[in-house]
Design a protein around this ligand. Structure first.
Ligand SMILES: NC(=O)c1ccc[n+]([C@@H]2O[C@H](COP(=O)([O-])OP(=O)(O)OC[C@H]3O[C@@H](n4cnc5c(N)ncnc54)[C@H](O)[C@@H]3O)[C@@H](O)[C@H]2O)c1
Ligand SMILES: [Zn+2]
Length: 535
């Protein structure tokens, strides 16, 4: 039998994630040679890593590491476990990823601490306060590790399980995706998996995170005909029992009557606490399935598979769920962190273009709040891909909800443009879609900010131009500014009777203001009229 050589498999990641053990197992199963880089350097120099560090310094060790990596890159069929810092330099990373399949193993700080407990041979952790040292070093290396396309979380998993996943990757059976971890309160951390074609891999992504058990997929009448079958099929193939509940589509159904129906259907399906609710839809389905999952039997596990752009970059992240009351939107709800969010941009193929544009309004918003580069991309050629656009917009939301999970402060920034938007939606009796109202709100907020000298006048001009470029409205006709102003008085987000505004100070910098005068708001609203008398 002839054998054509395969590229090396390089296993990297932080100390204590199990690189050597997993590498050895993968090599054994594939019948390949195994190289542990640290061991090899120790053998070649006749010194321990700790002694090399102590006697010659880290730099000498890094040079040895780099040279070894270069030598190995000329070979094939190897399984290589690197040292924890070997791929931190960009040139080493490029060299490795060009010639090999590179897999980064990850683990939580606790798991790392536990695995290293009895190990005294780590020069970078010498002395006390190992947890602090690990955290500092992890933070320093996070950006480099994040650039490695394949990431496998090893927390709570056996060497054999992780090895199996590495082999699946090597054999091309595993999906390639971007893993965006989200830290949530009470250790409820979860991953966002982002990648084209991930819908079909949902069962595997869930199983990898121990999200097993019977599944109820909640979807709506627009989404289910396109995407529920591939998903249910994937569950069937994985041997997972899954049932579909299809709800009528639209915000009008985001209410307690529908939640009641969901409870009935959950009971009918005999969903118990070992089951999982999977939301397959836009923000309306995510909010309702999440609220039902938070409350049914005092909480069952929940997975989000957002299908609208808005839900992908906004609604599916941050743990807020809820429904509307006749008195107003989102008045009843709960914080419910998902176990996992799976984002497959391919499902956007069936999203109506208008809904896509509505989602873009939130993407613009995220750029203004915290990502000037995203905003510049929207001003010019647009990001390199839909996936890149979603990832950037998501990172803004992830950063904010991690720092402020329960809306005590910074999270208010996400309301940029929304004080205006909610009032516009209300006076139009929701004839104006949320995304369009947000686009108008972003312009109005920026003009108001410029009016009080918070930002230069080119900021509202740039925002208006981007809004227009992306096919969203820049003017509003047929509604009285005074009526819109009056509608702001009933906004849920007002604090102690005061209406709060988030205003831009620059692209990438916003602040919260509760001293905005009525005349300023009116001027901003007047400026949205097609032929404003001034402004
Ligand atoms: N929980 C949060 O943090 C949060 C944040 C922002 C918004 N929201 C909520 O999200 C909701 C808005 O979300 P939305 O804009 O996704 O609304 P939506 O769920 O109503 O989706 C918009 C429309 O697109 C359809 N659709 C969705 N995906 C599709 C697909 N792939 N193919 C074909 N049709 C598709 C839906 O059926 C619907 O008709 C609001 O209720 C809002 O309150 C929640
Ligand atoms: Zn919004």
């Amino acid at each position: 039998m002839t054998h054509s050589p395969s590229p090396n498999i390089v296993i990297t990641g932080f100390m204590g994630v199990g690189k050597s053990a997993v590498g050895r197992e993968v090599a054994a199963r594939l019948g390949r040679a195994f190289i542990d880089m640290d061991e090899t350097i120790e053998r070649q120099t006749g010194m321990s890593i700790a002694d090399i560090f102590a006697q010659h310094g880290e730099e000498v060790f890094r040079a040895l590491e780099k040279e070894l990596l270069r030598e190995l890159s000329f070979q094939k069929d190897l399984v290589i476990a690197t040292g924890g810092g070997a791929l931190a330099p960009a040139e080493n990373r490029v060299m490795a990823t060009r010639t090999s399949l590179v897999v980064c193993l990850t683990a939580g700080v606790d798991a790392i601490l536990e695995r290293l407990e009895t190990d005294e041979s780590r020069p970078l952790l010498a002395g006390n306060n190992r947890r602090d040292k690990i955290q500092t070093l992890l933070a320093r290396r996070a950006a480099a590790y994040a650039e490695i396309p394949y990431q496998i979380d090893t927390t709570g998993r056996t060497v054999a399980e992780v090895a199996e996943e590495v082999i699946a990757l090597a054999e091309g059976n595993a999906p390639r995706y971007l893993r965006l971890p989200v830290a949530a309160p009470g250790g409820r951390d979860y991953d966002i998996a982002l990648g084209a074609g991930l819908l079909a891999h949902a069962p595997r992504l869930m199983a990898q995170r121990d999200v097993t058990g019977d599944v109820i997929v909640v979807s709506d009448a627009n989404v289910a005909p396109h995407w529920s079958y591939p998903l249910l099929d994937a569950f069937a193939q994985a041997g997972v029992r899954a049932k579909l509940i299809t709800l009528p589509a639209g915000e009008a159904h985001k209410n307690l009557d529908t939640i009641r129906r969901l409870y009935d259907r959950f009971l009918e399906a005999e969903l118990d606490r070992s089951g999982v609710v999977v939301a397959l839809g836009g923000g309306v389905i995510g909010d309702m399935a999440g609220f039902a999952a938070a409350t049914y039997l005092r909480g069952v596990r929940f997975v989000q598979i957002p299908t609208s752009l808005l839900a992908m970059v906004d609604a599916s992240v941050g743990g807020k769920t809820g429904v509307d009351l006749p008195q107003g939107k989102n008045l009843v709800g709960a914080f419910k962190q998902p176990e996992l969010v799976i984002i497959d941009p391919d499902v956007l193929a069936t999203l109506p273009p208008e809904e896509f544009r509505n989602g873009l309004a939130e993407v613009i918003k995220h750029g203004i709040i915290a990502d000037p580069e995203l905003f510049t991309q929207l001003e010019t050629s647009g990001p390199s891909s839909l996936e890149a656009l979603i990832a950037r917009a998501l990172r803004v939301k992830i950063g904010i909800v991690q720092r402020d999970p329960f809306e005590a402060g910074e999270r208010a920034h996400l309301n940029l443009g929304h004080t205006f938007a909610h009032a516009i939606e209300r006076v139009s009796d929701y004839a104006i879609p949320h995304g369009q109202a947000v686009a108008l709100g972003l312009i109005a907020a920026a003009r108001l900010a410029a009016g009080r000298g918070l930002c230069p006048p080119e900021i509202p001009r740039r925002i208006e131009a981007v809004v227009e470029r992306l096919g969203l409205p820049t003017t509003l006709s047929g509604y009285d500014p005074a009526a819109i102003l009056a509608a702001m008085g009933t906004d849920k987000k007002r604090k102690q009777g005061k209406v709060r505004f988030v205003l831009p100070r620059a692209i990438g910098d916003v602040g919260v203001y509760d001293d905005v005068r009525k005349d300023e708001v009116l001027t901003a609203l007047h400026s949205l009229l097609p032929n404003p008398s001034h402004g």
